[in-house]
Design a protein around this ligand. Structure first.
Ligand SMILES: O=C(O)CCC(=O)C(=O)O
Ligand SMILES: [Fe+2]
Length: 336
């Protein structure tokens, strides 16, 4: 695919990483698409039947809080029937990142294989990230507007992180799911250099865009695109690609179920980051989507909206993951 005249070539580091992997893996055009567009859908990364089982296990996890939640009754999709959920429809408390079904999904062979191809190594770390279950047309919470952002600081240059969504529900045009600005990753450096005051750059790996900034991209033909995917697909995106998780439109009655999972080479992690990651793992805590960096100990306790401690809080997952070598290496507990 010829690059658009508007878009510069990606920088050398990206080209090296992704093209090396592409040349090693004939028939895997998705790597070239990831490089070109900043996102791609890897089809059937998880066999359909197993993906459905993961979705069912996620539902069982929600049912384990023993409320009146009924997946077939939209009137039961209300806050009081759910464990504490973020404004972006994720669950990250109650040690959910380490539930066995989350680890089983993260260790699916083709999911691991996709990231091994991206980075040219199978010595990877994985993030301890959240579960997203988004109920459509909820009556008790307003629909969240778009929240365009990138997850890699403009202070970093080149490609440092590729994010993944393990899709456990169909995601059609009207359904909730990832929206990307294809190609934005390739002009992002120019945007920050020319359109922002460098002094105001946030050193953390998150940058939110406002409408006037987004128009700079639109003027260059870079416009939002809803990523469609099926059960078992793996959505990948470059963390410099502008994106957000969209709410289901009023026309959708599809419950979105997705697991966020990002992997990066273990050798990118400092010994301090690994030590902190190990401590987080031992206490069944969560991380951001960054597998090797931005590892910070967070308060695991879950609080209700009124500020009181959630009596349903958990200090370990309901179903503990195994502790085999593969898992411990991905968690950063055992070296490769
Ligand atoms: O829910 C989504 O599709 C996107 C969430 C997101 O922005 C992220 O995981 O970085
Ligand atoms: Fe994000």
């Amino acid at each position: 695919m010829a690059p658009s005249a508007l878009l510069p070539e990606p920088n050398l580091r990206d080209a090296e990483i992704l093209q090396k992997a592409t040349s090693k893996a004939p028939g895997n055009d998705w790597l070239a698409a990831l490089q070109q567009n900043g996102y791609v859908v890897v089809k059937n990364a998880i066999p359909y039947e197993r993906a459905v089982q993961y979705q069912e296990r996620a539902y069982d996890w929600l049912r384990s809080f023993q409320t009146d939640l009924d997946f077939n009754k939209p009137e039961s999709w209300i806050r009081s029937n759910l464990p504490v959920q973020s404004k972006i429809n994720t669950f990250s408390s109650y040690c959910v990142a380490h539930e066995k079904f989350m680890w089983d999904a993260r260790m699916e062979p083709k999911v691991l294989d996709a990231f091994a191809r991206i980075w040219g190594t199978d010595e990877l770390l994985v993030s301890f990230d959240s579960l997203n279950v988004t109920f459509p047309n909820r009556k008790d919470v307003p629909r969240k507007p778009a929240w365009e952002h990138i997850d890699q600081s403009p202070l970093r240059q080149g490609l440092h992180c590729v994010q993944g969504i393990i899709s456990l529900s169909p995601s059609g045009p009207e359904d909730g799911g990832l929206v990307v600005y294809p190609g934005s990753h390739r002009v992002i450096e120019e945007f920050f250099n020319t359109q922002t005051d460098k002094a105001s750059w946030d050193p953390l790996d998150r940058y939110m865009f406002d409408e006037s900034q987004l128009s700079w991209f639109r003027e260059r033909g870079i416009t939002p695109h809803k990523v469609c995917a099926e059960v078992g697909d793996l959505i990948l995106w470059d963390s410099r690609t502008i994106h957000y998780g969209s709410e289901p439109s009023p026309a959708s009655n599809q419950i979105r179920t997705a697991i966020y999972a990002a992997y990066t080479p273990a050798k990118l992690a400092s010994s301090e980051a690994l030590a902190t990651k190990a401590a987080i793992f031992q206490s069944y805590g969560g991380t951001t989507h960054w597998p090797h960096d931005n590892i910070v100990i967070r308060d695991h306790r879950t609080f209700l909206e009124d500020g009181t401690r959630d009596p349903r809080d958990r200090s370990q997952p309901l179903e503990l993951p195994g502790r085999d070598l593969k898992l411990l290496r991905l968690a950063g507990i055992q070296p490769y």
